[in-house]
Design a protein around this ligand. Structure first.
Ligand SMILES: Nc1ncnc2c1ncn2[C@@H]1O[C@H](COP(=O)(O)OP(=O)(O)OP(=O)(O)O)[C@@H](O)[C@H]1O
Ligand SMILES: [Mg+2]
Length: 330
């Protein structure tokens, strides 16, 4: 569709380990529309980071994309040469990471790092790049851009460094910003400010944002659409409000039930028993079946397909599948 910026189809990313080669992400379908914030949510080990690194083709050497398509503005990124991918990365697609302190170089001032980032893709003079850097620092809500330009990362707070990272990511006007847990290293008030900033940037610049988080509170605050990921697969995807109001997959239901409510103080917090399977020990059938309160024999035997659920959502669950009875009988 015209409004789709990024379409990932049937992506499979695998890792070579000492016990063999195993897929960490398989049959992954994700679409991001122009100007929207899509949140990818799921427990630790679901494959959220692997999905985003695949998209940027920044996988570690033990990882590789076995199959699939990643179409960005109609071009399949997997068919591009290394150099062409490099041009898209950082120019059309930019990424910010969980820990800004790791991503920023401690021996250069913050300003000079952004200037560098600008000049990689844009052959403008140092003076012009500096001017642009100061503008970007202002855009990300830094009150004294000149002062921060000359500061080293360790002289600034974590929240401030994350703003610098965002400024750097924005330096080439990307169409898609990927943010992998951009606020988990920050305390809650700073987290709220950074999320607010991301939203404002989206509104002002009209870019799309793929926001990766394990925090449903962040999803509720930010997402236009949400994709719930489990064990390398999307289990449910749809409009965020619809998913929150009427979660259809038992995994989504479990995640929502485990959010603490301030008004229910003293109540015992629900948690989904068990944990995400490792890539070398994926269960047969539905990957969530071993932890699912509704799992039936069929769920443990055959993998469910993604089907259209209520409210425009798509859900990977046998319970909602018309083919259930036929399969059961067969
Ligand atoms: N380099 C690697 N070699 C082998 N397995 C890996 C490698 N990187 C990731 N994996 C496995 O792939 C799966 C998905 O990992 P991933 O880091 O994408 O999870 P995640 O959803 O981002 O989790 P978190 O919320 O903890 O960041 C995990 O089972 C992980 O152990
Ligand atoms: Mg991760």
């Amino acid at each position: 569709m015209e409004q789709d910026l990024l379409v990932i189809k049937d992506l499979c990313t695998q890792f070579k380990t000492d016990r063999g080669v195993f897929p960490a992400v398989s049959g992954l379908d994700i679409t991001i529309r122009k100007g929207e914030i899509l949140c990818i949510v799921g427990e630790s080990g679901s494959g959220k980071t692997v999905a985003s690194l695949s998209l940027m083709q920044l996988l570690p050497s033990s990882g590789s994309i076995a199959s699939g398509q990643i179409r960005f503005e109609g071009t399949d990124l997997l068919k591009l040469k290394k150099k062409e991918i490099g041009q898209i990365r950082g120019k059309s697609i930019a990424m910010i990471f969980q820990d800004p302190m790791v991503a920023l170089d401690p021996v250069f001032t913050c300003g000079s790092q952004i200037v560098e980032a600008i000049r990689i893709h844009d052959k403008r003079s140092y003076a012009a790049a500096r001017e642009r850097t100061l503008e970007l620092l202002k855009l990300v809500g830094i009150a004294h851009p000149e002062r921060v330009f000359d500061a080293y990362p360790h002289e600034l707070s974590g929240g401030m460094c994350q703003r610098i990272m965002i400024a750097m990511a924005l330096s080439c006007n990307p169409k898609l910003l990927i943010a992998d847990e951009p606020t988990t290293a920050l305390d809650v008030t700073v987290q709220a400010q950074i999320l607010e900033l991301l939203k404002r940037i989206r509104d002002e610049l009209g870019m799309s944002i793929m926001l990766i988080t394990h925090d449903l509170g962040v999803v509720a605050e930010m997402a236009d659409r949400v994709a719930v990921m489990y064990a390398g697969k999307i289990m449910e995807v749809g409009d965020a409000r619809t998913v929150f109001k009427q979660p259809q997959h038992p995994y989504t239901q479990g995640l929502l039930k485990s959010i603490p409510h301030l008004d229910r103080e003293g109540e015992r917090l629900y948690s989904i028993s068990g944990s995400v399977p490792s890539i070398s020990a994926m269960p047969e059938g539905c990957r969530f079946a071993p932890r699912c309160p509704h799992a039936a024999e069929l769920c443990r035997r055959r993998e469910p397909q993604m089907i259209a659920g209520d409210g425009g959502c798509f859900v990977r669950c046998w319970m909602l599948d018309q083919a259930w009875e036929e399969e059961e009988a067969g």
